[in-house]
Ligand binder design. Structure first.
Ligand SMILES: *[C@@H]1O[C@H](CO)[C@@H](O)[C@H](O)[C@H]1NC(C)=O
Ligand SMILES: *[C@@H]1O[C@H](CO)[C@@H](O)[C@H](O)[C@H]1NC(C)=O
Ligand SMILES: *[C@@H]1O[C@H](CO)[C@@H](O)[C@H](O)[C@H]1NC(C)=O
Ligand SMILES: *[C@@H]1O[C@H](CO)[C@@H](O)[C@H](O)[C@H]1NC(C)=O
Ligand SMILES: *[C@@H]1O[C@H](CO)[C@@H](O)[C@H](O)[C@H]1NC(C)=O
Ligand SMILES: [Zn+2]
Ligand SMILES: [Zn+2]
Length: 455
């Protein structure tokens, strides 16, 4: 063998060894079909409630959910930026933030169906792993722990993306698992965590709604036995919202169960991909010795809608979509590249999706593994410069105001501690106090109802 062929074969081998793949994650599209540019800003969209939609334009408004133009633009931007991803992760919330009276079962299904259709039209040959969001049901957030009309209909719409066994479990409980791209040794686990949402009144007294926890435990145990690596995909994440102190989504016992699931099976879980926040953040999971064992990526939403959660000031975001780069052999997440639309600019000039940042560059870490994210989090916690950068990215470069010391504690503790008592301890350690910590449970529940706002 000549030196040249040797070199060539090494280069070829090197190519094969690189084995880098990528996939899209898109979430929280929240299409508002009522969006229409009108003289009176209060009447632009139903999802603004009574808020006047300031600076509304073709691509949308921060007080509104997405007009069709923005939905279309985001999906075509995916096609233009990365036309052939290995697969797409889509984590739900398709309908607008309007009252249940303004929606209804058929309207919800129509919206899911329309978004499913455009995804299929633009990516006809791409596998999509699709999870239900709390807004993909009527009445909103009341997803049942058993078979129902909406799970049935959605399973039919997603038929092309689901194996026969997935269709069956989806119709039972809105969750499924299959081999990732049907490859031996790789698995996707798509959860219906809306069952654990404290706004979901149906499941509060059930210890394991739809048997999902015991099913997931079984799937992950078998995955370990079969040497599989797993990605977990879902909508509502466990832990605490980073923009509002002590605001969590799961009930305490479900949060605890989720923690235990990850603690037990972290060695096969190579990534967790969630939405619901509309912001860009991440969550760390540690073992009792304090070493990072897993990480959850919370990807930004397409809707720019300003949250109505009391206590969150100017909680809007620019529309974001993102590419995950991963090692196809190990499923290790190598990098995360977020693309965004500067909505203010898009409305006045021409809409242009652009790269917002690359994780490894912005936080100077070698990859997006749990230990690298831990390193990034320590930088954010200890350096104002990294904190400010993280904070601006958190709203997809919408809120460029300064992240003060309260803000720092909220973001750092939310990322560091998914477990509620660890979170409280983090607040104490960082010199802050929990808002709800001292309240008796009854009062907390009452408060929770008053502030009932849904992402
Ligand atoms: C969707 O976007 C594509 C690409 O920009 C464009 O060609 C098409 O006309 C758009 N469709 C609608 C309905 O806006
Ligand atoms: C979805 O609805 C939009 C707006 O009404 C329409 O333009 C589009 O054709 C629909 N898309 C599909 C795939 O049905
Ligand atoms: C769901 O579909 C199954 C058939 O796949 C049917 O037997 C069942 O009655 C349907 N349930 C509801 C609530 O629509
Ligand atoms: C997955 O692979 C198995 C063989 O390992 C094959 O029998 C099956 O048809 C494949 N499924 C799909 C949906 O391609
Ligand atoms: C978005 O566009 C507006 C208007 O052009 C501009 O003022 C603002 O700085 C831009 N934001 C970012 C993050 O580039
Ligand atoms: Zn949601
Ligand atoms: Zn949402």
């Amino acid at each position: 063998m000549s030196a040249v062929t040797l070199l060539l074969s090494f280069m070829l081998f090197g190519e094969l060894l690189a084995l880098s793949g990528n996939f899209w994650h898109i979430t929280d599209l929240h299409w508002d079909p009522s969006y229409e540019l009108k003289e009176s800003p209060e009447r632009v969209c139903a999802s603004s409630g009574n808020r006047p939609a300031a600076h509304a334009g073709t691509y949308g408004a921060y007080d509104c959910d997405s007009p069709w133009h923005l939905i279309n633009s985001s999906i075509y931007a995916m096609k233009e930026i990365l036309p052939n991803p290995d697969f797409i992760v889509w984590t739900g919330d398709d309908t607008p933030h309007v009252s249940d009276e303004d929606l209804g079962e058929e309207k919800v299904l129509h919206i899911i169906s329309n978004l499913t259709d455009i995804m299929k039209q633009v990516f006809p040959n791409t596998k999509v792993y699709s999870a239900l969001g709390n807004h993909d049901y009527h009445p909103k957030s009341q997803l049942p722990a058993g078979p129902n009309y909406i799970y049935n209909k959605t399973a039919d719409m997603w038929q092309d993306w689901l194996d026969p066994e997935s269709r069956r479990t989806f119709k039972e409980g809105g969750y499924y698992t299959e081999r990732l791209l049907n490859r031996t040794g790789y698995r996707a686990l798509i959860l219906n965590t809306n069952l654990y949402y404290d706004q979901n009144r149906l499941n509060l007294d059930i210890s394991d709604p739809a048997g999902q926890f015991s099913w997931a435990d079984r799937v992950l145990t078998e995955a370990a036995n079969n040497n599989e690596k797993v990605y977990i995909i879902g909508h509502v994440p466990p832990g605490v919202f980073e923009k509002k102190r002590s605001k969590s989504w799961f009930t305490p016992k479900f949060n605890q169960r989720y923690m235990e699931l990850v603690q037990k099976h972290h060695s096969v879980i190579l990534g967790q991909f969630f939405g619901h926040h509309h912001t860009d953040s991440f969550r760390m999971f540690y073992n009792p010795e304090g070493s990072p064992i897993s990480a959850m990526f919370i990807s930004p939403g397409v809707t720019p809608w300003k949250t109505t959660l009391p206590g969150v000031k100017d909680g809007g975001n620019n529309p974001g979509i993102r590419v995950f780069e991963y090692d196809t052999q190990t499923l290790l997440v190598q990098d995360v590249v977020t693309y965004y639309l500067n909505l203010t600019r898009a409305n006045v000039a021409r809409g242009q999706w652009e790269k917002e940042y690359r994780l490894t560059e912005s936080f100077r870490v070698p990859d997006a593994s749990p230990s690298s994210l831990h390193q990034a989090l320590e930088r954010i916690a200890n350096s104002n410069c990294y904190l400010q950068k993280y904070y601006e990215l958190n709203s997809v470069s919408y809120d460029l105001t300064e992240c003060n010391s309260d803000c720092r504690v909220d973001h750092v503790c939310a990322a560091r501690a998914v477990d509620f008592s660890m979170y409280e301890r983090c607040l104490e350690k960082e010199g802050a106090v929990a808002i709800h910590a001292g309240l008796p449970p009854v009062l907390s529940v009452a408060l929770g109802l008053v502030v009932a706002s849904l992402q």
